[in-house]
Design a protein around this ligand. Structure first.
Ligand code: FES
Length: 83
């Protein structure tokens, strides 16, 4: 099965809203998720505009958008999706 792509926004709004820790996601994946997830960064996912920046940082898990993302929330969702 193809790895699930996780796209971490590394744009300004997401970075200042505590998104830098997410850039370490790959190193913090539990053993059971390693090799099943592909982590990549993106410039701006275009969800920070029109006041929605309050929900930054944003992460895409496949095509599913997560706001106020943390490493723990992303890992929990990956475990739900990938078992
Ligand atoms: S900076 Fe993250 S969505 Fe724009």
């Amino acid at each position: 099965m193809e790895p699930l792509t996780v796209t971490i926004c590394a744009g300004t709004a997401c970075t200042v809203m505590d998104g830098t820790g997410l850039l370490l996601l790959e190193d913090q994946l539990p053993e059971g998720l390693r090799g099943r997830v592909r982590v990549r960064g993106a410039r701006c996912l275009d969800h920070c505009r029109e006041g929605r920046g309050l929900e930054a940082p944003y992460v895409l898990i496949g095509d599913e958008l997560m706001g106020r993302a943390t490493v723990a929330k992303v890992v929990a969702r990956l475990e739900e999706r990938l078992g």
